[in-house]
Write a protein that binds this ligand. Structure first.
Ligand code: SF4
Length: 681
């Protein structure tokens, strides 16, 4: 029996794996505190990819004569990749090769991928799919608090607050074991507020449900601050002692009276007043945002708007109170800390900081001047592929970009224009099917590595079974390529050795893992970063005394509402928003292949009034179109969505052919959650 963690979302539920003959059985691990033995449907079915008939067990290389993928041995595949990369670097320079990572990779893999890009390839062109997940919240948290950790407190603290406000989160469906905290909070007499264009199963648990137009969460925050300030409910003492910048924010909020908010957001002024009353009367308030608020061209501003509300109430740093972001991907937190972002080095250091370069270069045994600078963000990197200015080769680890990228048709065209596309994956995903070389890699349960969950708790996924013959770890792949490229420094393959190196590289950074080791994680059910030394207890709760800013104060940041980049018009009269369903995870490359997670597939959720207008009934096929593409799927007619909005889940090919690639100016997050669409029968 092996205690480990789920392969999917950022809750990283503890589970026990047991071999029963050839099968691998998932059973609860009740002692792990984050989920207390509870698992969602995806967790229970996690072993379903073991022994799957579509599992890749040998490298594939595209045959130059037939154009089809054929099997190859590892030496042939790695020699081919290394040779092509070397040629490209010599003819077109190091930035002719790009690397794309994922928020599901372990910390060790994310770290090694960043090191491989900077040291073995010398390229600045590396980013990852987490850019499309939490980057707006990360940007806002860095601006406001000087640090980015999704939740600055343990998840269980939610039970002890008085009012919990969830902005754009369907927590009950995306991470069901976490919903017990909402139930316990309400059992204690606390209140739950849910803000979402759809009445989701999370909204069903709410005491107050607010249903704004997609892309208008920021005016709600501004209007709320207006009411709190007008009602004398802001915490002047806290603001004076622990923050800067309130005057400008107060001035902007003064222009957002409730009736103006109602005109923009569709939320009745009375509901906003009710929410303001709830917050004004509460001693403890937690505000949490998720993708619904964040995946916008104004995602960073929207999060800052809600952070401003929390700061005005004096909550961050107070017990059972504050602001947090509900991270999405399994290692969405750790994946953004250790160097696979285009502007970062391990430990959440910035790549253009000379001291950071010096420190990390010393750990890597290279000259700081040899490290490349800041590269392009995820979508910009993909959009430049094959152009005069972009990379000509792309290595993809842990991402299925032709399904998950916005404006996915264009991204597919960019991939097709490359000289070389290499994909490391466990199955032939839609992206792997386009590759010139496919490398079969280990999956969860076949490898050991750490993940950092949504609380900043570093947990250990232990290997429970041997991988199928012919499969290698991503760490082996990177080491094999680094050796062929004559890269300086060691590229270890043992996860625990890499974790120790990661700890040294992160030492002194914001995300400091230097005091964490595998034995400690096992003994303590995870360790919260920052944890700078072996005798440091870790940091479950942040900001109690001060904020990690230059002056120790949190910053109010003045933000103003602009709106989604695309607004409904005559040709595209409704709002389109996208999101998840319970049984699927991310691009669905894994979960769509698991029999126990079989579901009817994509759908277009719409209100009965809209269905009437276009003349369809539940289950009938409809076509959703935007300026970028169209998708056909059955209508799901429900009264729980706004009449002016349609919803499409993004786990299947097609949803992201519709979405808008307009980017947030700060986080470079695409606007997945709002664009203009037309629907027809
Ligand atoms: Fe837990 Fe998330 Fe896995 Fe479900 S998908 S079992 S909520 S970690």
């Amino acid at each position: 029996m092996t205690n480990t963690h789920c392969p999917y979302c950022s809750l990283q539920c503890g589970m026990t794996l047991e071999r029963t003959g050839p099968a691998l059985e998932v059973t609860p691990w009740p002692e792990f505190p984050v989920n207390e033995g509870a698992l969602c449907r995806k967790g229970w079915a996690a072993a379903g990819l073991r022994g799957h008939r579509e599992r890749l067990t040998t490298p594939l290389v595209r045959d130059s004569h037939t154009g089809a993928l054929r099997t190859a041995d590892w030496d042939e595949a790695l020699d081919l990749v290394a040779g092509r990369l070397r040629d490209l670097r010599e003819t077109d320079g190091p930035d002719s090769v790009a690397v794309f990572g994922g928020g599901g990779l372990t910390n060790e893999k994310a770290y090694q991928l960043g090191k491989f890009a900077r040291v073995a390839l010398g390229t600045s062109q590396i980013d990852y799919n987490g850019r499309w997940c939490m980057s707006s919240a990360a940007s806002a948290a860095n601006q406001a608090f000087g640090i980015d950790r999704g939740l600055p407190f343990p998840l269980a603290d939610l039970e002890q607050t008085d009012v919990l406000v969830l902005v754009g989160s369907n927590l009950a469906e995306t991470m069901p074991p976490a919903a017990r905290h909402l139930d316990r909070l309400r059992d204690r007499g606390g209140r739950v507020v849910v803000i979402d264009p759809r009445r989701t199963s999370t909204a069903d648990r709410a005491d107050l449900f607010i249903q704004p137009v997609p892309g208008t969460d920021l005016p709600l925050a501004l209007g709320l601050l207006h009411l709190l300030d007008a009602g004398g409910a802001v915490d002047e003492e806290y603001i004076a002692a622990r923050t800067t910048g309130f005057d400008a924010v107060r001035c902007t909020a003064a222009g957002w009276w409730p009736e103006r908010v109602e005109r923009v957001s569709g939320v009745p002024a009375g509901e906003l007043r009710e929410l303001a009353g709830l917050l004004a009367a509460a001693g403890r308030v937690v505000v949490l945002t998720a993708r619904g608020a964040e995946q916008h061209t104004q995602g960073t501003a929207t999060v800052l708007g809600w952070v401003n509300v929390a700061l005005a109430l004096g909550m961050p740093g107070r017990e059972f109170s504050g602001y947090g972001c509900l991270t999405g991907q399994g290692n969405g937190q750790g994946g953004r800390e250790h160097g696979q972002k285009c502007d970062q080095l391990p430990g959440y250091r910035m790549i253009d900081d000379p001291a950071a370069r010096e420190h990390v270069a010393r750990v890597w045994g290279v000259d700081p001047a040899s490290l490349p600078g800041r590269g392009r963000s995820a979508y910009e990197l993909l959009d430049a592929l094959g152009t005069d200015d972009g990379a000509r080769a792309l290595l993809v680890f842990g991402s299925n970009i032709v399904v998950s990228a916005p404006n996915a048709t264009q991204v597919g065209e960019r991939l097709a224009s490359l000289d070389l596309l290499v994909v490391a994956d466990i199955v032939l995903s839609e992206t792997a099917a386009l590759a010139d070389v496919v490398l079969p890699v280990t999956q969860w349960a076949e490898e050991t590595g750490t993940m950092t969950n949504l609380e900043g708790r570093v947990v250990l996924r232990e290997r429970a079974v041997a991988p199928p013959e012919g499969v290698r770890s991503d760490l082996d792949v990177l080491a094999g390529l680094a050796e062929r490229l004559s890269a300086p420094g060691p590229f270890h393959t043992h996860p625990e050795t890499i974790f120790a190196e990661l700890g040294a590289a992160s030492a002194g950074g914001h995300a400091d893992y230097a005091g964490i080791d595998y034995d400690r994680i096992r003994a303590e059910h995870g360790v919260f970063w920052p944890c700078p030394t072996a005798d440091h207890p870790g940091t479950p709760r942040m900001f109690e005394g001060s904020f990690p800013t230059v002056d120790g104060r949190a910053r109010f940041v003045d933000v103003e509402h602009v709106g989604a980049a695309e607004q409904p018009c005559e040709d595209y009269p409704v709002h389109l928003t996208t999101g998840r369903v319970l049984a699927q995870y991310q691009s669905g490359a894994q979960t769509r292949r698991i029999r126990d997670l079989a579901d009817p597939g994509p759908f277009v959720e719409m209100h009965p009034m809209l269905a009437d207008r276009i003349g369809v009934v539940d289950g009938q096929p409809v076509v959703v179109s935007t300026r970028r593409g169209e998708l056909q799927a059955p209508a799901r007619v429900v009264a729980t969505i706004r009449p002016d909005t349609v919803f499409v889940p993004f786990h299947w090919v097609g949803a992201n052919r519709l979405t808008n690639d307009a980017l947030d100016p700060s986080s470079r997050m695409p606007e997945f959650k709002a664009c203009a669409a037309a629907v027809r029968s």
